[in-house]
Ligand binder design. Structure first.
Ligand SMILES: O=C(O)CCC(=O)C(=O)O
Ligand SMILES: [Mn+2]
Length: 203
């Protein structure tokens, strides 16, 4: 497996087309129960360009009033998040190298004009577990830096079926999504990109 700066691993083409299609079906079942919502930046309330939802016991949410956090229920419906689909638990077991199961799967939906600014995933209490990131649909340009915001960054493309493991020394590396390349995948019939991140929140 290629090792990128700070121990971040990129596994290109890990999921074949059939596996990608079954994950999309699983995500559709999740969004039917837990609709995509537009997250807001803490304090300013500025909407993010991605829409998101979650499955698993916990979900990552953010809004103007309470900021970044994990909680056990959907912020709009008040219902518990849907269960994590078994294929995601299997992927975690195969790749994460961490004994306990993931507690949250954040589902990000990027329309072709959405992006995600450089940030760290640091709302978990357990940084020993990696964040496992799955790409479905259109290709994106993914940017990775170091442990400080001002460290130099590099970028590479993530295609449908790719997995990135944000772990080890790179667990707290800054990362983000610069852009989506429209028309680069036939997986999602209306275009865009889905990113799933599996996260262990508590030790
Ligand atoms: O969409 C991606 O590839 C990354 C998403 C991400 O960094 C996050 O949800 O924290
Ligand atoms: Mn992240």
């Amino acid at each position: 497996m290629p090792v990128l700066q700070n121990g971040i691993r990129h596994l290109p083409g890990y999921l074949d087309r059939t596996a990608q299609e079954s994950l999309v079906a699983a995500v559709r079942a999740v969004t039917a129960e837990a609709p995509l919502f537009t997250p807001e930046m803490p304090v300013t309330g500025k909407p993010m360009t991605v829409r998101m939802t979650n499955c698993g016991p916990l979900g990552w949410v953010t809004d103007k009033q309470q900021g970044y956090r994990y909680q056990s229920f959907h912020p709009k419906t008040g219902e518990p998040w849907p269960a994590m689909p078994p294929p995601l638990l299997d992927l975690w077991q195969a790749i994460a190298g961490y004994p306990k199961p993931p507690e949250a799967c954040l589902v990000n939906f990027y329309a072709d004009d959405a992006r995600m600014g450089l940030h760290q995933d640091k709302d978990e209490t357990d940084f020993a577990a990696p964040v496992l990131s799955i790409s479905l649909g259109n290709t994106c340009l993914f940017r990775v830096g170091g442990l400080n915001r001002k460290d130099p960054t590099g970028s590479f493309k993530l295609s449908s079926g790719d997995i990135v493991v944000i772990g080890g020394e790179g667990r707290l590396a800054f990362h983000g999504v610069d852009k989506i390349y429209p028309g680069t995948s036939t997986l999602l019939k209306n275009g865009g990109r889905i990113n799933l991140t599996l996260r262990r929140v508590n030790s």
